[in-house]
Design a protein around this ligand. Structure first.
Ligand SMILES: [Zn+2]
Length: 481
């Protein structure tokens, strides 16, 4: 019996193999093709512009759309035109694959900086119980900004715009927290919700957005101030790495509460915050915190204050015991006494940083990225099919392959614009519009005795003609995450 079963299974398997595997290989010619060209197996893993989901057919629809509110600023227009975002309903967007690549990089930089000062990442529910918000008295205080909903049992919830209540409750549940474990810095990078009356400016003021929110727990006011300072320094480093000139300004504590607060503002014409900056010392403040007719600097008294506009990209608060007292977040002190923790909270608008960077760095027609978070670092343009330099397209493929092999930092960062039915000029315009930090044009020069590649560096605006080794040298210095 057994040999027969075995035999029949073998026959079934053999037939399956013949039916599904062998004929497919033969009919598609895949195997032959791979054997004939040493590059074809690589080309399959090359990122081809024709295959990227970055729908240009959404452009016009996006521009006419009223659903996103006013098409009111440069970053929104550029991001929709380039297929980075697409409006869904007021204040909400699809983040398309290219934008998500950039977001993921931005999150990696934020993770590095937050973990560099001891931050530990967690993830808290977006669906927050009303009971917690009632305990802190913010259920009423937040007014219409809070997205509220009821479950099937009639219990009230909100979609969290911030998580002081949730995180403090979590820490309060740990009965054995010791002073040795402090400072404790917990953060998350999650979707937040705010019922904006008039969502506008694309990702700059939406109703659903990504934020990094960190919460600190310390043994004393002094320790909490040190933590506060180290977070501010981490923010300053983060913006410096992104090449964004942010100013740290004194701010109002608003409905978060506490006694000390700073905003990190990116100066921009479309900014909705009004800042007063001293021309003499480093003092700067949000107008809200000073009397409106103030023109002399309160710190140095000799400088005069100049008003400018800013986009708020970060905010820090020293909270004291406002939440830890309500939710009984305590630790056992060195004297073995239960003591209420001192807290701080620290926000970064992740999607807002992305849009704000594009807003302040881009030209009217072309996106410019902070190099570190550009979706892709390099775009290689082969010649147009059928043109007199068509034969250089092999060199373009070879270049992409060499870059991938020789420069590990560029793995997954190089795209080949294979839409060779289009002229180089048209594709170059698209590449500039999307703002790849480096664009390599493979044309006439590549067919010379010592092949030369045209490299356009978006950050500096320079165009260089480099040998293959020159291209490798230049691109080997690109900083990636
Ligand atoms: Zn001053």
């Amino acid at each position: 019996m057994e040999p027969a079963v075995h035999k029949s299974w073998r026959r079934v398997f053999h037939n399956l193999h013949r039916a599904f595997i062998i004929p497919k290989r033969n009919s598609s010619g895949w195997a032959d093709h791979a054997a004939a060209s040493p590059h074809s197996s690589h080309v399959k893993s090359t990122l081809l512009v024709s295959r990227l989901y970055q729908p240009s057919n959404l452009r016009d629809m996006g521009l006419d759309s009223q659903v996103a509110g006013e098409m009111s600023c440069k970053s929104q227009r550029l991001m929709q035109q380039a297929g980075l975002i697409h409006p869904s309903n007021p204040g909400c967007y699809y983040y398309l694959p290219t934008a998500v690549r950039s977001m993921e990089k931005l999150i990696r930089v934020i993770d590095q900086e937050m973990q560099g000062i001891g931050g530990q990442k967690l993830d808290m529910p977006s669906l927050c119980s009303a009971d917690l918000w009632k305990a802190s008295e913010r259920w009423d205080l937040m007014g219409k900004e809070l997205f509220r909903l009821k479950d099937r049992h009639g219990t009230d919830y909100c979609l969290g715009p911030t998580h002081e209540e949730a995180v403090t409750t979590l820490v309060a549940h740990q009965a054995t927290l010791s002073y040795r474990q402090l400072p404790l810095l917990l953060y998350q990078i999650t979707r937040k919700f705010r019922d904006e009356p008039k969502p506008k400016f694309g990702l700059l003021r939406g109703r659903e957005f990504y934020m990094k929110d960190m919460y600190s727990f310390d043994v004393s006011e002094e320790a909490a101030h040190q933590t506060y300072e180290s977070v501010c320094q981490a923010y300053t480093r983060l913006f410096a790495r992104l090449g964004l000139r942010c100013v740290q300004v004194q701010a109002d504590t608003g409905n978060i509460g506490g006694t000390l607060s700073h905003e990190f503002q990116l100066p921009a014409d479309i900014g909705e915050d009004r800042l007063l900056v001293c021309g003499n010392c480093s003092f700067s403040a949000n107008v809200e915190t000073l009397s409106s007719d103030k023109t002399d600097c309160p710190r140095c008294s000799t400088g005069s204050l100049v008003e400018s506009k800013g986009i708020e990209v970060g905010h820090t608060f020293y909270l004291g015991k406002k939440y830890s007292h309500v939710f009984e977040a305590t630790f056992s002190s060195a004297q073995n006494k239960l003591t209420t923790a001192e807290m701080g909270c620290y926000g970064l608008g992740v999607t807002r940083i992305l849009a704000a960077a594009i807003e302040v760095m881009s030209t009217e027609e072309e996106i410019r990225w902070p190099g570190l978070i550009a979706p892709y670092q390099v775009c290689v343009l082969p010649p147009k099919k059928g043109s007199k330099v068509d034969e250089a397209s092999v060199l373009a493929e070879e270049l992409v392959q060499t870059l991938g092999e020789a420069l590990p930092c560029l793995r997954g960062e190089v795209v080949l614009d294979d839409r060779t039915q289009m002229s180089i000029g048209k594709r170059l315009k698209d590449a500039c519009r999307l703002g790849y930090p480096y664009i390599v044009v493979v044309g006439q020069g590549a067919l010379e005795e010592t092949p030369k590649f045209e490299v356009i560096c978006q950050q500096t605006g320079e165009t260089m003609f480099l040998s293959k080794d020159g291209v490798l040298d230049l691109l080997g210095k690109v900083e990636t995450l």
